[in-house]
Design a protein around this ligand. Structure first.
Ligand SMILES: NC(=O)c1ccc[n+]([C@@H]2O[C@H](COP(=O)([O-])OP(=O)(O)OC[C@H]3O[C@@H](n4cnc5c(N)ncnc54)[C@H](OP(=O)(O)O)[C@@H]3O)[C@@H](O)[C@H]2O)c1
Length: 286
């Protein structure tokens, strides 16, 4: 597996693993460490970063903008090699609201374009209004692709029935060993349409990093529990994982997890510990 072996429906390459930024940009005293963590991630080879206007109410995007500015001027990364993902709040998702929210995000990020702009979750505005906002942003070159987040199958079907709805590039949802319900219907639905699924909280917000059974499996592979959790999410060719990490050791481990092979017997063992779904459940959200 390479870091760029996922494809959006239009064929655009997108990394299999990226960096999440939720809980960053919330505290002034953590900002310098967070900027350094993002720069370290870029030096290590991360090429996808996920953020949202919600995270720290703009604080994560501002922190990321500063990290990108420093990284570009130090020659640590080039803008054109990065996939930047951000998200609009549902309460900003009117046609005009989407456009204005994106313009604010771009100013905070200090870039001219967001590569993938997502509706964070469904709200009160009609999806057709949101899509019109995305279309305007695309025409102006302010976003490359648009997508959604926390959409279940019924939401995706409603979206696909709208003019332009099939242009949706990705759906970002909660997916980890402890949250497998999407394997029943949403994941196959997206797979049939060659639409990659972005797995958020793939380490269960850190909890799977200290799971004893995963530690035991990891020990036999020379890997950590978190790496097993990530390798399991990434075992599927159409899933992208966006673990968040600030600690350097975590950043390195997570990137390396994309190369960790799990055997059929490891996968069986994991199925026995974390059962695959047997029926439809409402979409889990964090
Ligand atoms: N669309 C949505 O509604 C939505 C919802 C939730 C999340 N997200 C996105 O998905 C990203 C990831 O989800 P998340 O932040 O909720 O949870 P996560 O990535 O599953 O877990 C993050 C936590 O795990 C720790 N960690 C990272 N790597 C580790 C490792 N190798 N070993 C042990 N611990 C490790 C991190 O610690 P350190 O930071 O100390 O390194 C952090 O506390 C978010 O940051 C956000 O970008 C989207």
């Amino acid at each position: 597996m390479t870091l760029t072996d996922r494809r959006l429906p239009d064929g655009t390459a997108i990394p299999a693993i990226g960096l999440g930024t939720w809980r960053m940009g919330e505290r002034a005293q953590a900002r310098d460490a967070e900027v350094l963590a993002v720069r370290e991630a870029l030096r290590l080879g991360y090429r996808l970063i996920d953020t949202a206007e919600m995270y720290g109410e703009g604080g994560a995007e501002s922190m990321l903008g500063e990290a990108l500015r420093q990284a570009f001027s130090a020659g640590e990364a080039r803008r054109e090699s990065l996939t930047l993902v951000s998200k609009v709040y549902p309460h900003h998702a009117s046609t005009r609201g989407v456009v204005e929210a994106c313009e604010r995000s771009l100013r905070r990020l200090k870039v001219d374009q967001i590569d993938l702009y997502l509706l964070h979750w469904r709200g009160a505005f009609a999806l057709s209004d949101t899509l019109e906002g995305f279309a305007q942003l695309q025409r102006r070159g302010l976003i490359r692709h648009w997508g959604v987040s926390n959409f279940d199958v019924s939401d995706m079907e409603e979206l696909f029935a709208l003019p332009g709805g099939t242009e949706c590039a990705s759906n970002q949802v909660y997916y980890s060993l402890e949250a497998r319900d999407i394997e029943f219907d949403l994941l196959p639905w997206q797979q049939r349409r060659q639409m990659p699924l972005m797995a958020y909280s793939p380490i269960g917000q850190g909890a799977l990093g200290s799971h004893p059974a995963l530690q035991a499996i990891g020990q036999s592979l020379g890997a950590s529990a978190a790496q097993v959790a990530l390798a399991w999410v990434l075992r599927q060719p159409d899933v992208i994982a966006i673990p968040k990490a600030v600690r350097g050791e975590h950043l390195r481990d997570n990137l390396a997890a994309a190369q960790l092979p799990l055997s059929a017997s490891d996968l069986q063992h994991l199925d026995a510990l974390f059962n695959p779904p047997r029926g439809k459940q409402p979409l889990a959200m964090i």
